[in-house]
Design a protein around this ligand. Sequence first.
Ligand code: ASP
Length: 309
Amino acid sequence: MSELSVNHLLGIKYLNKKDIELIFKTADHFKEVINRPIKKVPSLRDITIANLFFENSTRTKLSFELAEKRLSADVLNFSSAQSSVKKGETLIDTVNNILSMKVDMVVMRHPNPGAGVFLSKHVKASIVNAGDGAHEHPTQALLDSYSIREKLGSVVDKKVVIVGDILHSRVALSNIYALQMQGAEVMVCGPKTLIPKYIDKLGVKVETNLRTALNWCDVANMLRVQNERMDISYFPSTREYAQQFGVNKVLLDSLDKEIIIMHPGPINRGVEITSDVADSRQSIILDQVQNGVAIRMAVIYLLASKIKQ
Ligand code: ASP
C-alpha cells in the first residue's frame, strides 16, 4: 500500500513528488465523498486531533475542523487568545498538557517560522503545519496545485505567476516548492521591496511589470499584502500598490489570452483584485476553498494511517 514518506506535514520542502500525487489521489476520493448526501466516513473514529491556533484564521481553521469531522475524528479546538499562553506557559508545556489527554495529531498555526518543526522534535504526536509565520503553508499550496490540476488537467508545464507580497508570504514559498516539484514554471511579480533577496536561489522568474507577467502566465495567484508582518512601509500607498499590482477587469480582458485567477483569501477587494475579477468566470477562488476540505482530509487520513501502524 502507498504511504507518505513523512510522519508530519511540516512544509512542502519535506515532501516528494510521489507524496503529492498520493495526496491528490486520496483527495479525489474524499472529494467524491463530500459530494454525497452523507458527507462522512468512519475512517478516523479512533483518532483525536487538536487544532492549535496561535494566530488568526478563518478558512484554514474551519476547513481543518470540517475535514477532521468528515473523517469522524474527535476534535479539540484551541485558540491562544483565550488560553494560558497569555499566563506565560511555553509552547511545549501547552502542547504536552494537551497531548496527555490522549491526542494523536496536532494541527498548528503559529506566528513563528519553524514552530511546527520545533514541536515535532519535542512532542509525541503527528504535527500538521497550518501556517508558520512567513515560512510555509503546505496545505494551502497543495489545494492550490490541486485546483490548477482540476481546472487545467495537470500542473506539468503550466506557467504560474505569484503576485504581490512575496517577502512575507508563506503561501508564496510553499507554492513555489509545490509547483516546481510538479514541473510547473513559476514567476513572481511584485514591488522590488516585496521580492526577497534570496529569490534567485529559488529558481523562479522575477518580473516587476504586472501586464508582462499576466501575458506570460496561464494562472495568476494574487496574494494579500501581509500588513501584520510589516513594521515599515514597503510601498508609498495602498492606492499606488493597487494601481501597479492589482488586477481589474479592464486589465484582465485586455490580455493576450484567458488566464485563471486564484487567491488564498482573505481578499482585500479593490487592492490585489477588484470585485468583478474576484467574482468573474476566470476566478477559481471558491473552488480553492472547496478543494481545501478534500486536501486536508487526505493529509490527515494519510498521516493517521502511519500512526495506526
Ligand atoms: N490565508 C493565507 C495565510 O494564512 C493568506 C493570507 O493570510 O493572506 O497565509
